[in-house]
Design a protein around this ligand. Sequence first.
Ligand code: NAI
Length: 348
Amino acid sequence: MIVFEHRDFDEHERIVFARDAATGLRAIIAVHSTRLGPAAGGCRMWPYASEEDALADVLRLSRGMTLKNAVAGLDLGGGKAVIIADPKTQKTTELLRAFGRAVDDLGGRYITAEDVGVDVSDMEIVRETTRWVAGLGRGLHASGDPSPVTARGVFEGLKLAVGQRLGLENLEGVKVAVQGLGHVGRNLCRLLHGAGAQLVVSDVDEARVRAVVEEHGASAVPVASIVTADVDVFAPCALGGVLDAEAIETLRATIVAGAANNQLATAEDANRLHRRGILYVPDFALNAGGIINVAREIAGIADPAWVDAKLQGMLANIDVILREAQERGVSPQAIAEEFARRRLAAAQ
Ligand code: NAI
């Protein structure tokens, strides 16, 4: 397997392949950058089709965390972990403990938390073998499930984009397609429905679709049709890579604003969206609510107002990013990356 010459390798500081035969653990931990502080980012459990897929995912996700933490003004670097396993059938207490030991071996260089396939109760088990874990449900300053805060940030940022692109002050009657109705997607639907938006939704899990249709009067569409739904805003809240050349060509929304990490299939896709006149709010700038929530716990801060203040800072940054992109006629992605690079360079 090629690592240093991998397409997604970006001067990552450390990449650890962790194997524990007794529990079946196969995990990769990527520390992209510790320039701003210990690398923090969630652990994803997913039945990757191959080790190559898992490596590509962790390389991209950890780099995304560096950008996200930098733009959100957190004193944290970027890292991420992936466990190659099906969370529905292969998640065991022993496997999570073995993962905790692998995190512990990094001595605090990487701090883990929840991501897709992993929840607060799993982090409680990971805590048994390492203290370098956050997003806990119990204990001093425990921050719990980060997804409601992520959803709040996405909701507010989406409103900013609607204000800029559609000139609307609220979401009354605005049509939003939400892809993925998990922890974040479902919370986002609740907020959007409360604000009067009309929802179009899809998920591979039909029970989740039914719940959101009943709770929020959403219209359900097949998984393959959500990208082409006739809506104002497309909110990807499932997995990454959804915005590729083909999807961008067929997208009918004029705004893309969602929680999923790594929405762009390639770097060029930001320019493709820009050329099509679609306002894309960079995922790493918009979905930082969860890591902001976790950062409070890591810093040992008790006051929940700290999270609100950081979230306001995140939204102020998004506002500046969108305005600057419009003024300079470039993609918001380019501006957001510049933002992150400036902060990283200053820290050097
Ligand atoms: P989750 O695992 O709770 O939900 C993901 C949902 O997407 C599931 O319901 C799943 O069935 C669905 N899904 C998977 N493939 C799909 C497809 N092809 N079409 C439609 N639905 C599909 O995950 P969570 O926590 O809600 O996260 C969603 C995204 O947001 C992920 O990309 C995650 O990395 C990102 N994110 C989450 C944060 C959080 O606080 N949970 C923070 C920042 C980013």
